[in-house]
Design a protein around this ligand. Structure first.
Ligand code: THU
Length: 130
């Protein structure tokens, strides 16, 4: 199963009564294993979580810490980009050269490096004067 297929499959489980916008994410970790997540909304809107956050949580829960590839998919007119917060979450576990592929359900894709997804990212080096 490709990451696109895994993301499409998990997207079906998205809980989206408020936006009705289903998102699926699938990532490959250093072990080669694939972890998936979907968006889970809440009546207290800010408490909702993104698909990427779910996939990252599943990876961490399994004891892994390194993303080697990530795909996000939604039924968008163009490949769906990760939100700003998810870009920071991805950068926590993926090096600057890791590829993030944004996709639409029809398979249209746009791939970018993490470094280009979040230029000027806040990172551990910014806390070195502590
Ligand atoms: N959403 C994601 O799951 N990932 C993204 O990268 C973009 C936005 C979700 C959050 C919310 O449930 C819905 O899409 C509409 O914003």
């Amino acid at each position: 199963m490709t990451l696109f297929e895994a993301a499409c499959a998990v997207r079906e489980n998205a809980y989206v009564p408020y936006s009705e916008f289903k998102v699926g994410a699938a990532l490959r970790a250093a072990s080669g294993r694939v972890y998936t997540g979907c968006n889970v909304e809440n009546v207290a809107y800010p408490e909702g979580t993104c698909a990427e956050a779910g996939a990252i949580a599943a990876m961490c829960a399994a004891g892994e810490r390194e993303i080697t590839e990530l795909v996000v998919v939604a039924d968008s007119p163009s490949p769906v980009p990760p939100c700003g917060g998810c870009r920071q979450k991805i950068a926590e576990f993926a090096g600057p050269e890791v590829k993030v592929t944004m996709m639409a359900l029809d398979g249209t894709a746009h791939t970018v490096r993490v470094a280009d997804l979040l230029p000027g990212a806040f990172g551990p080096a910014h806390m070195e004067k502590r």
